[in-house]
Structures are given as structure tokens and as C-alpha cells.
Design a binder for this molecule. Structure first.
Ligand code: GLU
Length: 336
């Protein structure tokens, strides 16, 4: 039989198919993941960009050097480096979980019509954005929509509302989280702007409970303490179709996780959400305490904590670290 001279070509083709599939699939080994996390940590731990939020006085005095990076896969395997057990207040990231609860209580259509799922193009605490949109908060991740969400958590009274919100966050984190009393006291005595926002929404008939009561509960939910370890577990529950990969508990219906992630993609990083999605393709949410969560749907939850923020209110080091990890491990969901 005559030997075909096309063999080397076929071999090359097979190798290139194999190579290209490894380029685009989520196939990183534990060793690679640990290596990339370590690189991200070492590369950015000395970055001195940004500054702690100071409009809430207790946030200004948090150690700016805290830097923790955690990644949790869909099976509950945890990868982490740095100050991954150091806690900061969850702030705006709590909005994701309260919106999830409202979706569980009233359905996704309710969230879309009553609160909204569009970007405001304005700052997270904008009042003019409400007026421009005829009383609509636009989405549950700006303060207006978040206070509104809190008001729509089904509850007979404020205590039950708080307990349900707290219990839901505990379920996402697979442990009992603690309230940061200093942050709560600092913010609850200085939240006139959020009170004003709640009153405007009430005037438009958008609130589900007394506006000032909802604002107080909202302020409390923002004051829950979390570490990067907690945040990554919370994010991994969204990545894992609503089942917490650590506790194995179902925390949110799988029909709702894509809806929550869609809002994260639209409005997760304040008015810089478009740039973030363009760079990473990953739904994410930040908080002024310095945390960011990012979700790689079906695969990973990422949580990073580092208090100094950029001008949009997003943690500088957390953004850099997550962008690096997504790039190096080829995790951009839009490139799969
Ligand atoms: N509790 C903060 C506020 O209402 C949350 C802001 C944030 O993290 O974006 O101002």
C-alpha cells in the first residue's frame, strides 16, 4: 500500500483543532488556577490607585491594604490567596441578593415592570435619574431600585423583612454573616439622601412598604460583613444555577439566575458597567466597601475585596485582579 503524504497535514489539523478547543473552553487545571490567582495577587497587591469611600465615615477608616481573592467552582472547590477572611461591609453587593429574594417572592416580570432592568447612565445615588424616567428607579442595583427592592420583600413588619433578607444572604454565603455595627450606626445616622430617594419613589407609588422603614432595612443589609471567601461562595451559587455548591442548598430558582445575571451585566459596576462587560464579558457587582463579585455562568464565582475605589465607586485592585484572572484563564463567557 502506498503511503499517503497527507498524514503530516492531517496530524497538524488535529493538533490545531485540539489546541483551539483548549483555548476557548473552561479547562483550567487546579494548578493553573492557583498559579493565575497568585500572579494576580502579586501583580496588584502593591497598586496604590483609588481611595476608600468616605461619604460613609466608617468606610474611610477601613484598612486599605486588605486584598483577598477567592474563586469557587461549581463543585465547591475553593481557590484563594491573600486576606481572604478579612471582612468589609457588603454595601451594594447586597442588592443582588435582595433583588433575588424579591424575584422569588413576586416573579421576574414584577421586578422588570415595577423596578426596571435598564441602565440609568447616572451615578448609583442619582435622584435626577428617577425624575428622568418618570418615577422608575430603572434597576435594582442603583440605590433607588435597591431601596425599592427592600420594600418589596414580603413581610408583615420590619423585623420579618430584615430577618428574611439576612437569612437569604446567609444562605448564599453558606454561613451566618454578621452585621458591622460601626458601619450601620455610621450610615443610618447619615443617610438623608437615601431617605429622600425613598420618599420620591413613594410619591410615584412605587414602594411596597413605608419608605423610611425600607431605607433603614436597606442600610442594615448594606452593613453586613463579608470576606472575599464569602463573596465567591455567594457568586458561585449564582454560577451554579441557584444551588449553593458548599451547602448544596437551593437558594434561588434556576429560572431566575439568568435574570439576575442579566441585571448584573447591565448595571453591576455602576455607570461603568458597559466598559466592564466589554473588557470581561462577565456579570458582576461591586460595592463601596471594596468588594466585587463576578460570575462565570455554569462554572465559577469570583469574589475579591480591596477597599480603595475608583471614581465610579468600584474597587481598583478587585477590578484589576478579576480582569487578569478572566483573561489568563480564558473565562470570558462571551468568548466561549
Ligand atoms: N449603602 C451604600 C449607599 O446607600 C451602598 C452604596 C454602594 O455600595 O454602592 O450609599
Amino acid at each position: 500500500m502506498q503511503k499517503s503524504n497527507s498524514t503530516p497535514f492531517v496530524m497538524l489539523l488535529l493538533i490545531s483543532i485540539l489546541f483551539s478547543s483548549t483555548l476557548f473552553a473552561y479547562e483550567a487545571s487546579p494548578t493553573q488556577i492557583n498559579k493565575v490567582l497568585k500572579e494576580a495577587y502579586n501583580k496588584y497587591k502593591g497598586d496604590v490607585g483609588g481611595k476608600n469611600a468616605d461619604y460613609i465615615k466608617a468606610l474611610a477608616i477601613v484598612d486599605p491594604n486588605i486584598f483577598g481573592i477567592t474563586l469557587v467552582d461549581k463543585n465547591g472547590k475553593i481557590y484563594e490567596i491573600g486576606n481572604t477572611k478579612k471582612e468589609v461591609s457588603i454595601q451594594s453587593i447586597s442588592k443582588v441578593f435582595t433583588a433575588s429574594l424579591v424575584m422569588q417572592d413576586h416573579g421576574d416580570k414584577f421586578v422588570q415592570s415595577k423596578i426596571g432592568v435598564n441602565a440609568t447612565g447616572a451615578a448609583f445615588n442619582s435622584i435626577i435619574a428617577i425624575e428622568l424616567h418618570k418615577g422608575s428607579a430603572s434597576n435594582p442595583f442603583v440605590n433607588a431600585g435597591a431601596i425599592q427592592s427592600t420594600s418589596w420583600v414580603s413581610a408583615k413588619n420590619s423585623k420579618i423583612r430584615w430577618n428574611r433578607i439576612k437569612h437569604n444572604m446567609d444562605n448564599f454565603a453558606a454561613r451566618k454573616l454578621k452585621l458591622n455595627e460601626d458601619v450601620y450606626t455610621s450610615e443610618v445616622n447619615d443617610n438623608k439622601r437615601n431617605q429622600a430617594i425613598s420618599k420620591i419613589l413613594d410619591a410615584y407609588g412605587r414602594m411596597g412598604s413605608d419608605p423610611l422603614e425600607a431605607t433603614t432595612v436597606y442600610t442594615k443589609q448594606c452593613s453586613i460583613n463579608v470576606s472575599s471567601h464569602d463573596l465567591a461562595i455567594m457568586a458561585s451559587t449564582l454560577a451554579n444555577h441557584g444551588i449553593n455548591p458548599i451547602s448544596k442548598k437551593k437558594v434561588i430558582e434556576s429560572t431566575y439566575t439568568p435574570k439576575i445575571m442579566a441585571i448584573m451585566a447591565t448595571a453591576g459596576l455602576y455607570d461603568n458597567a458597559g466598559d466592564w462587560l466589554y473588557d470581561t464579558g462577565a456579570p458582576a457587582k461591586s460595592g463601596v466597601g471594596g468588594g466585587i463579585i463576578a460570575v462565570i455562568p455554569g462554572e465559577f464565582g469570583i469574589g475579591v475585596v480591596s477597599p480603595p475605589l475608583d471614581t465610579y465607586g468600584n474597587s481598583v485592585r478587585a477590578q484589576l485582579a478579576i480582569k487578569y484572572i478572566i483573561k489568563k484563564l480564558n473565562l470570558n463567557p462571551l468568548a466561549q
